[in-house]
Design a protein around this ligand. Structure first.
Ligand SMILES: Nc1ncnc2c1ncn2[C@@H]1O[C@H](COP(=O)(O)OP(=O)(O)O)[C@@H](O)[C@H]1O
Ligand code: SF4
Ligand SMILES: [Mg+2]
Length: 310
């Protein structure tokens, strides 16, 4: 088990981007917490705000972003902390990020080992520094794999190098952003096993994915995001086996091993959200009431934001 413990409590997080001619409501009023030894999966279609949420927690948002709410890591509010504090105390040390498209984040002219060694030097004093090989092994890499350059890495290997970099500072929380994208089935299976080991080891995993099957296999809890908001949150099995929000039901029904029926229509543009429930144009249960935005209402640990839940 890892010795570090922590807790992340996000409360009413909102992120807006100001563009020359519009404002994008990328994340709206999102609250959740995550603790060591559990995996929370954040699921939803592309463009619903998942990566922006992760970037907000790590202070990676661009200058045109406006953030509200709090994200308490112990007594530190990540949303108001300076870049220096985030860099010295949080990134890599308490929260490790496996970014979306990991290959794009590796420096092309340096081997994986050189990049991992650099991260380890930054994150640990010499007397306590683990070897690159030992950190790589935790991400499923062999020592020889580290001697490859990024262009020599397959998608699966690049994913593992990114995971090793995220683990370099022994963080208690790993945020993995779409880690299964582009991997074949065997590599997805291996990745799921690796994430499970991290959780069993006492770490927390925030798994960001549009892959419900992956979420089912590793998550304890699932938060379903639509148009920047959480619309359903609960234990993974309950949310996927008995979805209460029509959007979650639509996602489940669109799986190949279920009805394989896509949700009609497209997600809304986040510059132009309707005042009521954002799912209204795609929903088969809509009534007049849906012109008022439903609140996320919790019953026995399972929350849903819908006036006519399934
Ligand atoms: N820097 C930015 N400026 C303006 N809009 C942005 C910016 N970054 C992301 N967005 C918008 O925020 C929304 C959420 O994006 P994102 O979090 O990347 O979605 P996903 O759920 O696919 O990870 C999208 O509509 C995206 O276009
Ligand atoms: S609030 Fe209304 S439109 Fe929104 S998901 Fe529920 S039934 Fe559908
Ligand atoms: Mg994303």
């Amino acid at each position: 088990m890892v010795s570090v413990t922590g807790n992340l409590a996000v409360d009413s997080l909102s992120v807006r981007f100001t563009l020359p001619d519009a404002r994008v409501s990328a994340v709206s009023d999102v609250s959740f917490s995550v603790s060591p030894g559990e995996c929370l999966a954040l699921v939803g279609e592309s463009g619903c705000g998942k990566s922006v949420l992760a970037s907000a927690l790590l202070g990676f948002l661009p200058g045109n972003a406006e953030v509200a709410g709090t994200a308490m890591l112990g007594s530190l509010d990540l949303l108001s902390a300076s870049d220096q504090v985030l860099s010295q105390q949080v990134r890599g040390r308490q929260i490790g990020l496996v970014p979306q498209s990991p290959a794009a984040h590796l420096t092309p002219v340096r081997t994986a080992r050189a990049q991992l060694d650099e991260a380890l030097r930054f994150l640990h004093p010499a007397s306590e520094r683990p070897s690159a090989d030992s950190v790589a092994a935790r991400a499923g890499l062999k020592p020889a794999d580290l001697d490859l350059y990024p262009h020599q890495l397959s998608g699966g290997m690049a994913q593992r190098v990114a995971t090793a970099l995220a683990l370099a500072g022994d963080p208690w929380l790993i945020i993995a952003d779409e880690p299964t994208t582009g991997l074949d089935r065997a590599l997805v299976d291996a990745l799921i096993d690796e994430l499970r080991v991290l959780v069993a080891d006492g770490r927390a995993v925030l798994l960001i994915t549009h892959d419900l099957s992956a979420a089912r296999r590793v998550a304890d809890r699932i938060a379903v995001m639509y148009a920047g908001r959480f619309v359903e949150v609960g234990p993974a099995e309950e949310v996927l086996d008995a979805p209460r929000h029509p959007y979650t039901r639509g996602l489940v029904d669109s799986l190949p091993d279920r009805a394989f029926t896509p949700i009609p229509g497209l997600p809304p543009v986040l510059t132009d959200l309707p005042p009521g429930c954002a799912f209204t144009p795609r929903c088969d249960r809509v009534t007049d009431e849906c012109a008022d935005r439903p609140q996320l209402t919790r019953v026995n640990g399972h929350a849903v934001a819908c006036h006519q839940p399934c």
